[in-house]
Design a protein around this ligand. Structure first.
Ligand code: FCB
Length: 475
């Protein structure tokens, strides 16, 4: 099978090839094994919040089908599988003792993965805060950070003998700014100061969790996953440059600087002066937040093109003014590039930019792409799903990864988003990101052509040149 563009590409010999999912998006079994509601159960039941009123109650029914799903992964030749643990399965009240039935589900999954030679990569928090903790104030409340560290310790104690890779948080930007800024994600609150408080307490919880896990297992690979954007000003005017600086601060540096440098960006503090005085930041917090990590996870999907001054922003919901406290007037534009079914512009060079930038501006750290992928409208025809656009998307972004490696970026692995179609948050089941198609009525899984293509990439450890019909293999 050939790649759609360009020359053959070889990846480093130990490059970690994987695919990713998240608990609420695939598991279902929402009330089984002692699981209690998370903020996403509550949110998805709130009329008007999720397209079609859909919920994660059943999702891909992975809770009952995990062993078949692991076989699918083995068929693809995945070297690693990144999945998240549902906090409300493991600690239903968000505090107190572990729920062994919940832990057993993950123990079985991990055993299954290992039996198939697949490295388990755990994300502790992919947005499903126990509702009980939201009722006590959620992430804007400082205590939630301590609760998270306690939960992390429980999970790590139960699985740490078999799981070596641990990510604390997935995309804290979304938890903080979509959850508490614009409210388009759970828990659906809308207050700029709360969004910034949430961001801080998420990072504090991250730092405390890393310290606890590090103390228990010094050689584990511990990290955080941030969603980073390439950012371009619409024109070279100073006003557009300032808009780009502001959004870079609020999207990227708000997490990168505290976590990797132990400080908030000075310009961010200035930009949000009318929103918060950062009174929630206590002495010693930033030292905890910047506890050294073994790896950095980066999720990359697209680029922001921004301009000033006020004007109409169109497109995806993360462009809502209330996601950008203190910079509400920044306008989000586009470059007119082809888009995915999410209306996200396809911009693989942006991935090289992001990787090189992190490598250049921050202390050296091994990097993994923990998510990258695309939604397209997939159709089953004669029992098959052909998705050439997704293949082209992966191909272009893997070429970007290879370019970054050539440029010296210590990129160690790549996780495709997603293993299978799933509950795409506020979009419900209307957006398909999977390499494996899921028929939600029958729960039948059909590997798309992108799955077969990716399996071949993993087998070759690289991309073949286009037009060679796969004869010339990457070394
Ligand atoms: C990321 C999320 C993931 C999925 C993809 C499309 O922001 O981490 O759960 O929704 O986007």
């Amino acid at each position: 099978m050939t790649s759609p563009n360009g020359h053959g590409v070889a990846f480093p010999p130990d490059f970690l090839w994987g695919a990713a999912t998240a608990a609420y998006q695939i598991e279902g079994g929402a009330t089984e094994g002692g699981r209690t509601p998370s903020i996403w159960d509550t949110f998805s039941r709130t009329p008007g919040k999720v397209k079609g009123g859909e919920t994660g109650d059943v999702a891909c029914d992975h809770f009952h089908r995990s062993s078949d799903d692991v076989k699918l992964m083995a068929d693809l030749g995945l070297k690693s599988y990144r999945f998240s643990l549902a906090w409300p399965r493991i600690q239903p009240d968000g505090r107190g003792p572990a729920n062994e039935a919940g832990l057993d589900f993950y123990r079985r999954l991990v055993d299954d993965l290992l039996a198939h030679g697949i490295e388990p990569w755990v994300t502790l928090y992919h947005w499903d805060l126990p509702q009980a903790l939201e009722d006590e104030g959620g992430w804007p409340a400082r205590d939630t950070a301590g609760r998270f560290a306690e939960y992390a310790e429980i999970a790590h104690r139960a699985l740490g003998d078999r799981v070596r890779y641990w990510t604390t948080l997935n995309e804290p930007w979304c938890s903080a700014f979509l959850g508490y800024g614009s409210g388009v994600h759970a828990p659906g609150r809308s207050n700029g100061a709360d969004a910034l408080r949430a961001a801080h307490h998420l990072m504090l919880g991250h730092g405390l969790a890393v310290q606890a896990m590090r103390a228990a297992q010094p050689d584990h690979q511990l990290g955080i996953t941030v969603n980073l954007y390439a950012i371009s000003p619409e024109t070279d005017s100073p006003a557009d440059a300032d808009a780009a600086r502001r959004i870079d601060a609020l999207a990227n540096r708000v997490f990168l600087d505290p976590v990797l440098r132990g400080q908030y960006p000075a310009d961010l503090i200035e930009d949000v002066r009318e929103v918060t005085d950062f009174g929630h930041v206590r002495e010693g917090d930033l030292a905890i937040i910047s506890t050294p990590l073994s790896v950095l996870g980066i999720n990359y999907y697209s680029r922001y093109v921004v301009g000033a001054p006020d004007g109409e922003s169109t497109g995806p919901y993360w462009r809502a003014p209330s996601n950008w406290p203190g910079s509400e007037s920044v306008r989000f534009g586009s470059r007119g590039l082809p888009v995915t079914d999410m209306n996200w512009e396809i911009d693989a060079p942006g991935l090289v930019e992001v990787l090189e930038r992190v490598h250049r501006e921050y202390p050296a750290i091994p990097i993994y792409i923990t998510e990258n992928g695309s939604a397209f409208v997939d159709k089953v025809v004669d029992g098959q799903v052909d998705d050439p656009e997704r293949v082209a998307y992966f191909d272009a972004h893997l070429r970007a990864c290879s370019d970054a490696i050539e440029a010296g970026v210590p990129l160690r692995g790549y996780f495709a988003w997603s293993l299978m179609d799933n509950f795409e948050w506020a979009w419900g089941y209307s957006k398909r990101f999977g390499m494996v198609y899921v028929d939600y009525d029958s729960q039948v899984r059909i590997p798309k052509s992108s799955a077969k293509w990716y399996a071949e990439v993993i087998r070759r450890n690289g991309l073949s040149p286009s037009g060679s019909e796969g004869q010339e293999r990457a070394q």
